[in-house]
Design a protein around this ligand. Structure first.
Ligand code: GDP
Ligand code: IMO
Ligand code: MG
Length: 420
């Protein structure tokens, strides 16, 4: 049986904290897509940790963590992260497994990402520059190197072949950065990777499922960044929705049970692309300040705005969400009034659907206004003690999106979560 936790907006919904909270109920936590573009924050003994490649269950001694075939893996980031996790007394050689079919990010992928963004100029995606797009291109282009390849004697030859191919592309971009330092650390990290548990992920996970073990699949990014259904081309390069669990781990659809969708009580986006409810004013500034909305991977200020129920209902539909987790409700504590977007007005026409092109300039969000609850919600432990005005806000969202908000997160710490 596989449950899923994934983001319903444009990423950074608080998935890391929520996975860490639920992890003790599972035997295995599995990342199924994305790569080091992810930044999942959790707190261990009051220390803030940001994970990019390793699943967010790694701090629980009895939980197995697996990096699935749908992930793109940067060995350098992985090595660094393993060192961090080990400093907390976690044995990564015991608790971490990596699928042989996971695609590798090589140094020239990062260079190509940078070159491609530079060439796009004003219309750049705002990529994290971690090499995600180019490495997924090599996967679908059938050129990629995979983790299983590092055991082969011909790995270096395969690497050189791919590097030469990339060099021609970089020459076309007139890209001249010296990446020899990156290569040196890449090969050191490959040596380290060889010491970890490398497995046939699809057999590994299915054997566990068949013996009654419980798996939690951890999504990265958010559904509005999905390569097929997100705000293309301002998206990432993988399927971030629940369908990605099947291809990203090798599990069949009927094995999937609960899908927990995580949404903030408002909305943020980092990088370029449309964001209908964005607030380019003092309220937006306040959300950024109170919510500490700065990217966990790149440190960039996140764009902030009201919750968008048109987009949320769409992503609930795409994922088959069974329960919603609403995070950062405490961030709204001090706001006198709140808005929720219930429709888009596009060129004078009102719609409740996410259109093919969601270009910001044409879309006017239609809002329903709520009074803020104006009290400190961070210490509340029970659903019935939530401010009545917050309960109204949540009830409206439940009804609109057709899925229940079952948990409210009211602070960044592990225990700051309320079941309702
Ligand atoms: P992820 O990528 O979905 O895991 O989210 P990030 O870690 O990138 O960003 C979420 C940020 O919000 C992190 O700094 C978390 O520590 C913080 N956070 C998570 N849940 C809550 C919450 O309920 N309240 C507050 N105030 N912060 C939260
Ligand atoms: P987590 O897992 C927020 C955004 C980038 C950019 C676009 C494409 O922490 O929620 P990419 O590097 O994937 O080519 O960038 O996607 N992006 C994220 N935004 N959270 C993330 O991950 C993201 N991963 C990528 O900012 O707009
Ligand atoms: Mg993040």
């Amino acid at each position: 049986m596989v449950d899923v936790i994934l983001g319903l907006q444009w990423g950074d919904e608080g998935k890391g904290k929520i996975v860490d909270y639920f992890a003790p109920r599972y035997d295995i936590i599995a990342r199924f897509q994305g790569g080091p573009n992810a930044g999942h924050t959790l707190y261990v003994k009051d220390k803030k940790i940001v994970l990019h490649q390793i699943p967010s269950g790694i701090f629980h001694q009895n939980t197995i963590n697996i990096i699935g075939n749908g992930v793109v893996l940067d060995p350098v980031t992985l090595k660094r992260e393993c060192e961090l996790v080990s400093s907390f007394g976690i044995d990564v050689k015991k608790n971490l497994f990596i699928s042989k079919r996971t695609n590798l990010i090589v140094p020239t992928h990062r260079a190509l990402d940078k070159a491609s963004e530079l060439q796009k100029g004003e219309s750049k995606i705002g990529s994290t520059l971690k090499g995600i797009g180019p490495s997924y291109m090599d996967k679908t282009g059938r050129n990629a190197l995979r983790v299983g390849d590092i055991m082969s004697k011909s790995f270096t030859t395969q690497y050189i072949k791919l590097r030469l191919k990339h060099q021609k592309l970089l020459d076309n971009f007139h890209f001249i950065d010296d990446i020899s330092d990156w290569e040196e650390e890449f090969f050191e990290a490959i040596d380290f990777l060889r010491t970890l548990n490398i497995v046939s992920g699809e057999y590994f996970i299915n054997e566990k499922i068949n013996s009654g073990k419980k798996v939690l699949a951890e999504g990265a990014q958010g559904s509005m960044l999905d390569i097929d259904f997100g705000t293309f081309p301002f998206v990432t390069s993988s399927n971030t929705i629940s369908a990605g669990v099947c291809t990203g781990l090798g599990v069949a659809p009927q094995k999937i049970n609960e899908v927990l969708g995580v949404t903030k009580a408002y909305c943020t986006r980092v990088g370029g692309g449309p964001f209908p409810t964005e607030l380019n004013d003092e309220t937006g500034e306040n959300l950024r300040k109170v919510g500490n909305e700065f990217g966990a991977t790149t440190g960039r200020p996140r764009r902030c705005g009201w919750i968008d129920l048109v987009a949320l209902k769409y992503t609930v539909m795409l994922n088959g969400v069974t329960k919603v987790v609403m995070t950062k409700a405490d961030v709204l504590d001090s706001f006198k009034e709140l808005n929720v977007c219930t429709a888009y007005n596009i060129n004078g026409e009102e719609t409740n659907e996410v259109p093919f092109q969601l270009m910001q300039s044409e879309v006017k969000p239609q809002y329903k206004n709520f009074e803020g609850w104006n009290c400190d919600s961070g210490k509340i432990k029970d659903g019935e003690n939530l401010p009545v005005k917050m309960q109204h806000y949540i009830k409206f969202i439940n009804q609109y999106i057709g899925a229940p908000v079952a948990y409210v997160s009211n602070g960044p710490q592990r225990e700051q979560i309320i079941k309702i």
